[in-house]
Design a protein around this ligand. Structure first.
Ligand code: SF4
Length: 345
């Protein structure tokens, strides 16, 4: 007899995840809602949203629903003579029987994830480590037991939250299965951090980054070229390199600054309080930052904001998730930037 379909397919999916967790088709599991800090003046992500912790029970229910969907898909696949392999035919049949899911914000993410083997997971939203340690561990263990195909789990984490969390807790969370932390450094310049209301000092960034690495996490630090405008550009470059050198993270990822409507920064630009940098000036700043780096990190430009092109109209910098290995590829990258600067107006 055909197994009845489960009626309640509700599970929560947030909006944001790093680009490197999209291209590798990560499962999005929502641990908290929005950002517990929410003051950064350049950020528009969760501005009108209230931060909320979710209970481990609710998160585990989401994981179970996603697992039920996966089981139903396998069942359909077997009925279709495909021996459990997932194809568009399987998904079409499944959605025909569960039409409400057509409108679910997370369904294509889930189907895509299952189709590529269910290997990587991203925990949403902005700062999962703010949860109680026991709760994160409970969720991580359940996730890994429910989907044994999982090979990597990552999350965003704020430097201040990492600084506050006991090292022994971080180690426990790491051992329970969280592999990588994506941290928003933005800049290593104290004055600029204060100006953008990051809620972290350069010392917090260094302490948090080193603490995360010591606990066994892979650390991915995001920096924002152009954030200080023309006036603060030199200090931004110099101090960002200095702080990154002290952390020596596994990844350094460039997210060029773009003023977004609805942010304080955007309003400042409208009032001409910030001189916007030209594409050439932005490249110069990136070059200055990279010149100051003495790290063994992978330096990545895996975001559409790294838009510069060469004289043939091709992207100047690789947007691959693994980027350029330092120090081996540093010189080549600097030469590439030099060419871009000459070509850029
Ligand atoms: S901590 Fe991150 S998500 Fe929160 S306001 Fe700052 S940039 Fe935005």
């Amino acid at each position: 007899m055909q197994q009845p379909f489960i009626k309640n397919y509700e599970f929560e999916t947030g909006v944001y995840r790093p680009p490197s967790e999209g291209g590798s088709a990560s499962l999005l599991v929502r641990l908290t809602r929005n950002c517990p800090w929410n003051h950064c003046t350049f950020c528009a992500m969760y501005k009108k949203e209230k931060f909320e912790l979710r209970s481990p029970e609710d998160i585990i229910r989401d994981i179970n629903v996603m697992h039920d969907i996966s089981s139903q898909l396998k069942e359909i696949s077997i009925q279709q003579g495909q021996k459990g392999a997932l194809s568009n035919k399987t998904f079409e049949e499944f959605l025909k029987k569960s039409p409400d899911l057509y409108f679910h914000p997370g369904i294509s993410m889930l189907l895509n994830w299952l189709a590529v083997g269910g290997k990587t997971v991203f925990l949403q939203d902005a700062d999962s480590l703010i949860m109680k340690t026991d709760h994160i561990i409970q969720v991580l263990k359940h996730l890994k037991t429910t989907f044994p195909t999982i090979e990597r789990i990552t999350s965003y984490g704020r430097s201040r939250t990492i600084v506050r969390k006991p090292g022994v807790d971080l180690e426990k969370i790491r051992k329970a299965g969280l592999d990588r932390l994506h941290i928003g450094l933005e800049t290593g310049d104290a004055a600029l951090l204060k100006k953008i209301k990051k809620g972290a000092t350069p010392e917090d960034h260094v302490k948090g980054g080193i603490k995360a690495i010591t606990a066994g996490f892979q650390v991915s630090e995001y920096w924002m070229p152009g954030l200080g405008g023309k006036t603060m550009s030199r200090d931004h470059a110099k101090n960002t390199a200095r702080v990154l050198n002290q952390i020596n993270p596994h990844y350094i990822r460039s997210r060029p600054f773009t003023p977004r409507p609805g942010t304080i920064f955007f309003e400042n630009i409208s009032e001409n309080q910030l001189e916007r940098m030209t594409p050439r000036e932005q490249l110069l700043e990136i070059k200055q930052t990279l010149e100051g780096l003495d790290v063994s990190s992978r330096v990545c430009f895996d975001h559409a904001g790294n838009f510069w092109t060469d004289s043939n109209g091709r992207l100047l910098l690789s947007q691959g998730y693994e980027g350029y290995q330092f120090p081996e590829e540093k010189q080549n990258l600097l030469e590439l930037l030099e060419k871009g600067i000459l070509y850029c107006s």
